[in-house]
Design a protein. Sequence first.
Length: 85
Amino acid sequence: MVWKYLSIAFIVIALSVGGVWVAHGTNIYTKDKVPVITKDEMFGTESTEWKPEFHLGLEFAGPIMAASLIITFFSFRKYKKSLLK
């Protein structure tokens, strides 16, 4: 019975990390700052300022989702084998 709950928990983890990755813009690399373009009204010039903001990238989200799905696969197999006994 523990394997069933472990499987469900890791599916939820994989889906939530994937959802956060999609919500942050499906970036390949993790960004810790984003550019903010400000326009000077007086002179009409534009400048870029960097605002600290975290965007999860695939370099961290991918391995977390892959490991979660692998653990889900093996725990689901273990759960199915325990039902056959």
